[in-house]
Design a protein around this ligand. Structure first.
Ligand SMILES: Cc1cc2nc3c(=O)[nH]c(=O)nc-3n(C[C@H](O)[C@H](O)[C@H](O)COP(=O)(O)OP(=O)(O)OC[C@H]3O[C@@H](n4cnc5c(N)ncnc54)[C@H](O)[C@@H]3O)c2cc1C
Length: 388
């Protein structure tokens, strides 16, 4: 039996602990926060994520608490439809991929995972400051002055990972030149929305507004405003104050539903968007990275958390596979399965940003042809099955 220390009780860390719940290995999850709170309201869960829910033990609660969105609409500033892809409508998405698309609350996802893992097992208030890999074991140093030891460390500590400093000389968070503003509203108050049971990207030059239903009975809409800029991020903080009136003005001539959506977005708080630069390897010695620590990405495919689930389940498979005898062999097999795919998603998410922000012109027509055939162009994303 190995002692496995997971750093971070975010999406990836909890998913890994859930996938390991029946393993003979001893898994301990350490989280820097003193209590577990989830930032951001809603989350899109595509079939490559929901197909893992049985293995993570959360299929039933998530089916109970989510909605199956009817379609994905792509609209121009004036509301005209540029493209549309069926999802639950005619059961298209389940027929195509075998699993549902869910719009869910992050808190529901987190509490489903915590019910599987056991809240009492998360060690809160444990901020990792550094680790020391002696070859035989790893010593973990906490900010409160205490130590722990482990045979394997899983760095699920997000985009500003401390574990990554041990694993990689080249991985670091890089500002993408884009920012976002977030909101949440009851669907019932958004009476201008043309398709409240569908996911909609309202696309303009250099910006877009996304709304998608979340929770049982489509009760709420998650709303995110994405914008190109600023060119540089001159702050340590992820979230900084913004001029709400100036941001709001940029959407003055858009469809009235967008104006109504914006009433529920905090335009005074700008989120910087970062991604992690590619690394030579995701593991070194007895430490390995998963989730945003390994491949933090732009959110335009709605795949950041899902990629961390793919990592978590693939890592659980190799750790529980006795045919892979050494830690090194296990981590090599994990990296071979996951790294190229995650980097592909990361790159593709970046290019989706640019596609959704095109100025008027011929390029928009080409883009709309792709958006009308999402099943064809993005099947690789949604149909992935873990091969280890
Ligand atoms: C606007 C926006 C919308 C998004 N929408 C979607 C979506 O629809 N679908 C989707 O799949 N993804 C989405 N994502 C991405 C998703 O939120 C992330 O990819 C996901 O949360 C990453 O999970 P993680 O476990 O790797 O990191 P995190 O969830 O960030 O968790 C890291 C954890 O580690 C802890 N930690 C950090 N440092 C230390 C330390 N030194 N010691 C101990 N603990 C530590 C943190 O406190 C945190 O709890 C979106 C992201 C954004 C910004």
């Amino acid at each position: 039996m190995a002692r496995i220390a997971v750093i971070g009780a975010g999406m990836g860390g909890l998913a890994f602990a859930a996938a390991m719940r029946n393993s003979r290995h001893e898994v301990s999850v350490y989280e820097q926060a003193n209590e577990l709170t989830e930032l951001g309201a809603g989350i899109s869960l595509w079939a490559n994520g929901t197909r893992l829910f049985d293995e993570m033990g959360i299929a039933f609660p998530m089916a109970e608490r989510s909605c199956e969105t009817e379609a994905a609409y792509f609209r121009n500033e004036d509301g005209s439809v540029a493209a549309c892809q069926r999802l639950a409508r005619d059961n298209w998405y389940r027929n195509e991929y075998g699993y549902p698309y869910y719009g869910a609350f992050r808190t529901d996802l987190q509490s489903a995972l915590l019910d599987v893992v056991g809240r009492e097992t998360i060690r809160l208030g444990k901020q990792l400051t550094r680790l020391d890999d002696t070859g035989d074991e790893v010593t973990l140093y906490w900010a409160d002055g205490t130590l722990a030891s482990a045979d394997l460390v899983v760095g699920a500590d997000g985009i500003r990972s401390v574990v990554r400093q041990t694993v990689s000389d080249d991985g670091r968070p890089v500002f993408t030149g884009n920012s976002a503003f977030r909101g949440l509203a009851k669907t019932a108050v958004l009476d201008r929305l043309p398709e409240p049971h569908s996911f909609t990207d309202w696309m303009g030059d250099g910006m877009h507004v996304l709304n998608f239903p979340v929770g049982k009975d489509f009760a709420y809409q998650t709303i995110v405003v994405f914008m190109d800029g600023p060119e540089k991020w001159e702050h340590d903080a992820w979230r900084v104050p913004a001029d709400a009136a100036a941001i709001g003005k940029k959407f003055a001539h858009w469809h009235p539903a967008v104006g109504q959506l914006l009433e529920h977005v905090n335009l005074a708080e700008r989120w910087g968007m970062f991604q992690v630069s590619p690394m030579t390897s995701w593991h070194r010695g007895r430490a390995v990275l998963i989730g945003d620590a390994a491949h933090g990405m732009m959110p335009h495919h709605g795949q950041g958390a899902i990629s961390s689930f793919e990592d978590a389940v693939a890592l659980a498979h190799v750790i529980n596979n006795d045919a892979l005898s050494s830690v090194h062999a296990k981590l090599d097999a994990f990296e071979l399965e996951r790294k190229a795919r995650a980097e592909r998603i990361q790159k593709s998410s970046r290019s989706v940003n640019d596609c959704l922000h095109l100025p008027e012109g011929a390029a928009r027509m080409e883009r709309n042809l792709i958006l009308n055939a999402l099943g064809k162009h993005f099947s690789w994303l949604h149909s992935y099955k873990i091969g280890v």
